[in-house]
Design a protein around this ligand. Structure first.
Ligand code: GLC
Length: 477
């Protein structure tokens, strides 16, 4: 949090007209405990709606992970994770006793991957896998390597080894993939190169995080990603998923578990309750998929720097800042990634020199001291809003499932790296649940996740192999 004294010291010496604007931003971006509670209430209804036959904004995708891992799963697996900046390839050995070993390599994605062709995307993944397999298995393999594919986009699954991309998120816009099953696309690219890999499971990063963390900690109730995007997964009673009634096979018990990839970045696409500002609206309208991922666009790492940029441009246009500066570079969309607010928040030097250097380097703008203070204050406001809104999804799942205590396993660049995110998120939960205990005794806590897209993908591949070996179903009938 930002104490009143720190805030007062930061705002000292700022001209009255700019100060007034900052007060406006403070009003606009502050989300009270009451508001968090009302958002959570609506969130619960929307989670239910997503599971219903009619459906709603939140996709609530059944992930066909039908078992809670025991920690005793074993075997050798490959896993890949197509992230925002890297393709991560991991060789995983599950050792049982909740233990595993991983060896990994990261391949940098080409800069323009978000708008590449489908052919370029699958070739890049298959070529990277070839390099990895050739290096690790120079003498070849006896049988195809089972691979868990972490594909962190909303993909419908009628079975665990299928993923029909509903739509791209996080700024991706590659033609010819939406509406299609991505597994054969990858499998074909592998076959063309004679790579001995069998894609046995397609996994969302949140589902992988859920399962990897549950393998190591049975108190795990959900898997969460706070990164470039934002999403959560949890285990639902199979019988509480009306849209699956009649679709799953008889060997699936109503009281058994089914992992649900919520895709709750899409919460409130109908703009019923989130406190959107004109900057959130602008980000949405200028994105490749307007009216999608409303919640994510307010809180995820992909958007935080962009929100700051839009606010600065607005103040510039009002004639309040950056007088006599060349703002050509500042006009470039997504010029700032999340490191801009993150670095701004941790700059504690008197003259905020780190902020000055960063802006000079990124935008060739020389901020005066007032402007540096402004950037720091806006960063705090945008990030506090993001971390507080982020926990509404957690609170909603806990209330829906009746969890009074929970370990909520989180991963992602914002959770891992953004200064203060964890404390602010914990405070958001305290405000929603009105706990009066010592914070160290909070009954629902966000904890650091195990490696979802490495170990998690491998465990899911192992669970799938086990079910298939027993002749059990892993998809609709
Ligand atoms: C986006 C994706 C979702 C993913 C999340 C975190 O919301 O749609 O599948 O889990 O980002 O990476």
């Amino acid at each position: 949090m930002v104490s009143d004294t720190d805030r007062a010291a930061l705002l000292e010496g700022i001209d009255a007209d700019l100060l007034q604007e900052i007060h406006q931003y403070e009003k606009l971006l502050t989300v009270s405990g009451e508001k968090l509670k009302s958002i959570t209430k609506h969130f619960i209804d929307e989670l239910e709606k997503g599971l219903s036959v009619e459906g709603g904004n939140i996709p609530m995708i059944p992930g066909w992970v039908l078992d809670f891992p025991t920690g005793q799963e074993t075997g050798h697996f490959l896993a890949i994770d197509l992230g925002g900046t890297n393709l991560r390839v991991v060789a995983v050995e599950l050792l049982g006793n909740s233990k595993f070993n991983t060896v990994q390599h990261k391949y940098s994605l080409p800069d323009d991957i978000r708008t590449a062709t489908s052919e370029e995307l699958w070739s890049f993944i298959a070529d990277s896998l070839k390099k990895f397999v050739d290096e690790r298995f120079p003498n070849g393999v006896n049988e195809p390597l089972p691979l868990g594919f972490t594909f962190s986009y909303p993909a419908s699954q009628n079975a665990i080894n299928e993923g029909i991309l509903q739509r791209w998120t996080k700024g991706y816009d590659i033609d010819g993939v939406e509406g299609k099953n991505v597994v054969p696309m990858l499998q074909d690219a592998l076959a063309e190169r004679n790579i001995p890999i069998d894609v046995v499971a397609l996994i969302n990063d949140t589902t992988g995080t859920l399962v990897a963390s549950a393998y190591a900690d049975p108190e795990t109730k959900m898997g969460l990603i706070f990164g470039t995007g934002c999403n959560g997964a949890y285990f639902e009673r199979a019988g509480s998923i009306p849209k699956l009634n009649g679709l799953y096979a008889d060997d699936i018990d109503e009281d058994g578990l089914m992992a649900i990839n919520c895709e709750y970045g899409a919460f409130d696409n109908e703009h019923f309750c989130l406190p959107r500002t004109k900057y959130d609206v602008q980000i949405d309208e200028e994105s490749p998929r307007p009216d999608q991922q409303s919640y994510e666009k307010m809180i995820a790492g992909y958007y935080l720097g962009e929100l700051i940029r839009l606010m600065l441009l607005d103040l510039y246009e009002k004639g309040l800042i950056l007088k006599n500066q060349d703002i050509t570079l500042l006009k470039k969309s997504f010029l700032f990634d999340t490191s801009v607010p993150a670095i701004s928040e941790v700059d504690t030097s008197d003259d905020l020199i780190e902020i000055f250097k960063m802006f000079k380097e990124l935008s060739n703008i020389e901020l005066n001291l007032q402007e540096r203070k402004l950037v720091k204050r806006l960063s705090q406001l945008v990030a506090i809003r993001a971390s507080r809104l982020s926990v509404c999804g957690i609170a909603a799942i806990c209330q829906k499932r009746g969890y009074k205590t929970a370990h909520c396993a989180a991963d992602g660049s914002v959770y891992n790296k953004y200064p203060g995110f964890k404390e602010r998120a914990a405070q958001g939960l305290r405000d929603i649940f009105e706990w009066e205990c010592d914070p160290k005794d909070d009954p629902i806590v966000i904890v650091h996740a195990e490696d979802g897209s490495g170990a998690g993908a491998a465990i899911i591949a192992a669970l799938t192999k086990n079910r298939l070996a027993k002749g059990l179903s892993v998809g609709t009938k």
